[in-house]
Design a protein around this ligand. Structure first.
Ligand code: CIZ
Ligand code: SF4
Length: 303
């Protein structure tokens, strides 16, 4: 039996489902039951009524959210070290400190935070729904963390004042993209459409034809009459874009735009996770309860 067959067999035996983030390696996306962004995967996880195990091929905070929303299921992260550096940039103590400083301003946290930080916010948002969530809150000024670039994007889109929690977090992978590369690619590929993730810096966002999350990029590319796209987000998304649009062309704005944490997951590690049922992601009940409220409020405001 090859590795894929072994994974299939274990999946059946253990009633497991593999959920892979859009930034996962192509071979993982190909064997996954579902590929999507964090919100699509969380929704899918909740739909899997018969599953006992969720193999969440992504990074720590995403598996934590899956565990919070699916307490009756075992959630496995194939690589224990797959931790999002942006989420680590906003420790609970810092959230508490800035909340104290601005007690009357609602706090919105990007889902790219650890569960314990989520316990302190009014509501969470993803890159796909940040604008919708912030528009829905009855306040003109909001405190936001950890991503300063997403905060900038939301401020432009909503006209509200968004205060990023100091010193401000960022995605080290999305910061690698430069507008010069994207514009050069656009020129090389007959005026291709530039799609940019809001985690990229403002100057890259400013030259975009479209700004959106990975799920929004997938929808945009599918519905667009354009044939060629330059993509400024983690390179894993190109696999899904090409698969869903075989007649269109996709070029990374910068091939080095790779998230080493996302890439820690491999087919071998998925096989081992299924076999050993490790690494199991759990969230203490008191933390899970509060973080769940913030996640569910996000669903309520956006569904
Ligand atoms: O929410 C997600 O899955 C992230 C972090 C990226 C995106 O835009 O899909
Ligand atoms: Fe975190 Fe950036 Fe990697 Fe996403 S791409 S998991 S935000 S480091």
């Amino acid at each position: 039996m090859n590795l894929t067959e072994k994974i299939e067999q274990l999946k059946k035996e253990k009633k497991a489902v593999i959920l892979a983030h859009n930034y996962q390696r192509p071979e993982i996306q190909d064997i996954a039951d579902y590929t999507g962004d964090s919100i699509e995967l969380s929704r899918q996880a909740a739909e899997e009524k018969n599953a006992k195990i969720l193999v969440f091929s992504a990074v720590d905070f995403m598996a934590e959210s899956a565990a919070i929303l699916n307490p009756e299921k075992t959630v496995l992260l194939p690589s224990s070290g797959a931790r999002c550096p942006m989420a680590q940039m906003l420790p609970l103590t810092q959230v508490k400190m800035w909340k104290k400083k601005y007690p009357k301003i609602p706090l919105v946290l990007y889902v790219n935070t650890l569960a314990e930080a989520k316990t302190e916010c009014e509501v969470c948002c993803t890159s796909a729904n940040a604008v919708e969530v912030i528009k829905a809150i009855d306040a003109d000024t909001l405190l936001f963390g950890p991503d300063t670039n997403l905060a900038w994007y939301v401020q432009q889109k909503t006209g509200k004042k968004i205060i990023p929690i100091p010193p401000g977090g960022f995605c080290p992978t999305h910061l690698l993209f430069m507008k010069e590369d994207a514009l050069l690619r656009k020129q090389e590929h007959s005026n291709a459409v530039i799609m940019v993730h809001p985690e990229c810096s403002p100057d890259v966002q400013e030259i975009a034809d479209f700004i959106g999350s990975t799920s929004q990029m997938c929808k945009y590319a599918k519905n667009s009459s354009s044939q060629r796209f330059v993509v400024a987000t983690e390179t894993g998304l190109l696999h899904r874009l090409k698969k869903e649009n075989p007649n269109k062309e996709f070029y990374s704005a910068y091939e080095g735009g790779v998230c080493p944490n996302m890439k820690l997951n491999t087919l071998e590690r998925i096989y081992l996770a299924l076999k050993t049922e490790q690494t199991r992601i759990t969230v203490p009940a008191a933390v899970a309860k509060k973080a769940k409220d913030a996640l569910e409020k996000m669903y309520k405001l956006t569904s």
